[in-house]
Design a protein around this ligand. Sequence first.
Ligand code: Q9C
Ligand code: ZN
Length: 334
Amino acid sequence: MRGFFDPRQLAHAPALELHNGGLIAYAETPARAEMIRAALPALEAADDHGTAPILAVHDAGYVDFLQTAPARWAEAGRAGDVMGYIWPIVGRRPVRLDRIDALAGRYSLDASTPLTADTWGAAYWSAQSALSALDAIRTGDRAAFALCRPPGHHAGRDYLGGYCHLNNAAIAAQAGIDGGMARVAILDVDYHHGNGTQDIFWTRGDVFYASIHADPATDYPFYWGHADEIGEGAGEGATLNLPLPRGSAIDAFRKALAQALAAIASFAPDLAIVSFGADTYVDDPISGFAIQTGDYAMIARDIAECGWPTLIAMEGGYAVDALGRNVAGFLAGF
Ligand code: Q9C
Ligand code: ZN
C-alpha cells in the first residue's frame, strides 16, 4: 500500500496544552509522525493540490485566521503560542470579533490546540497527504495511507480543536465527491468522536459518517457523539454514532465495527475513508480503551473484507513508543 507524508508536517510543535486545570507538554508531538514513519516502508512526498480543496470544506475567514493569527498574536505582544482563552457567550448582543483575542475564541472549540507560526504549513501538508492518497485510489489503487499529522477529525468548517486544524478526512471526502464519486463513507475508529467530521456532513446525504468512540458522557469532546445524533435534513440517517464505555476491549469494539460496516455496506460507498486513531490502544496516556497491538490487524481485516476502495487517514494515538507498531500492524492487516 502506498503511503504519503511531507516533512513540513513536522514543523508544528506547540509547547503546552491546557489539561486538567494545568499546563502540560503538548501531546500531539512531531515524534508521533517520526515513529509511524520509521515503522513503515518509505512514504512518498505529497503532491501540492493548492488551497481550493481545503476551501471546499473550510470557511475562508477561518483559513485566513490559521495563516495570520500567529503574526497578529505576536504583534499584539502576546507571549507563547496562540490559544483561545475567551469566547463570546451565545445569545447576547452582537460582539466585535475582529481582535486577535476574540478571533482565537471565535475559531476554536477548546483551549488545547495552540497555533505556532509553523502550524498552517504543517496542517496544509497534512491535508495534501490525504489528497495525494486520494489520487492513488483514483488512479486504481485499492487502498492508500495518509500520515496526516496534525490530525483532523475534531476540526469543523470554521473551528480548530482537539489537536486538529484542517479536517483531512473531510477534505479528501469532498474532493472525492467533487471528482465524480457519488457517495463517500467515513469510518472513524479514533478513540474520540470526530465531532468536526460529523458537523461538516451533518445535513449531507452523500457522505455517511460512522464513528466508534468513547462515550461523550465520560470523554472528550463531551458535547457530541451520543447514539441519538443521526444527522438532519438530507443527512438524516447518514450519521451513525456507536459510543462504547471506558475499558472496552477488542470484542466490544469488533461488535460495534460489524454494525458500522453493515450500515456503510447498505450505503454502498464509492470510497471509504478510515479516520484511524491508535489512541484506542490499552496504554494510551489520554484514553481508556483496551485494544492490544495484535488487535489492530483484525480490525483492519474486518474493514478490508468489505472490498471498498479505502483511504486510511491518520488521526490520534499518543502512546508514542507503541505508535509505530500499532499503525504498521493495522496497515499490514489491511
Ligand atoms: N488536554 C485526537 O485524538 N484533550 N484528539 C484535550 C486535555 C483533547 C484528541 C484536553 C483530546 C483530543 C485527534
Ligand atoms: Zn483521538
